[in-house]
Design a protein around this ligand. Structure first.
Ligand code: NAP
Length: 158
């Protein structure tokens, strides 16, 4: 499969590019510097030079690909981590447990501050820039209804 990845040189994106390439996919990564091009080539991917503000470049990358992994956009505003945990819990039949801040620090380790942050993101600017309206199921519906947790049948639309 040909996959267009934005944020391909970043912390998350570079790990995803590595896994895609290792799995035999052809990856086209959006980059905005010569170092970015070098990094992608070293990872076994192709680069498309441009920025997230360059709509034509994004169209070009997406039109060449069978799938797009955008590390810059979210569909909905402020989905609470507790609701995501609830959806996972219901889907997998696992108990949902409330923890005190101290217990959460012990359980999550380095991730604890991120789990506790109240920082809702929004796609308002992305929607305005690209004229984009999400059409598929939202995050919680996707987690619970799309077979997301079915072994061997990952059909998530996120
Ligand atoms: N890291 C996490 O734990 C975490 C958790 C939840 C959500 N996220 C979200 O996931 C996304 C990626 O996170 P990350 O930690 O991988 O970030 P990161 O390491 O800072 O990487 C950001 C990536 O986006 C690219 N980029 C930034 N602005 C751009 C622009 N205007 N045009 C084109 N490319 C641009 C960067 O390219 P350059 O190499 O050219 O700078 C880089 O490849 C972010 O939206 C972040 O909010 C991250």
């Amino acid at each position: 499969m040909r996959v267009f990845v934005t944020g391909a040189t970043g912390w998350v994106g570079s790990a995803v590019v590595r896994e895609l390439v290792e799995a035999g996919h052809q990856v086209i990564g959006l980059v905005r510097s010569a170092q970015g091009v070098e990094k992608l080539v070293a990872a076994g991917a192709r680069s498309l030079v441009g920025s997230l503000e360059d709509v034509e470049r994004l169209r070009e990358g997406a039109s060449e690909a069978d799938a797009v992994i955008p590390f810059h956009a979210i569909g909905e505003t402020g989905v609470a981590l507790k609701d995501i945990a609830g959806a996972i819990s219901r889907s997998l039949g696992l108990p949902l447990v409330s923890l005190s801040p101290d217990e959460a620090t012990e359980h999550f380790g380095w991730f604890a501050p991120f789990a506790a942050i109240d920082a809702p993101a929004t796609s308002d600017r992305t929607r305005a820039l690209l004229g984009w309206t999400p059409e598929h199921a939202g995050l919680l519906a996707d987690l619970t209804q799309s077979g997301y947790f079915s072994i061997g049948s990952a059909t998530s639309s996120h």
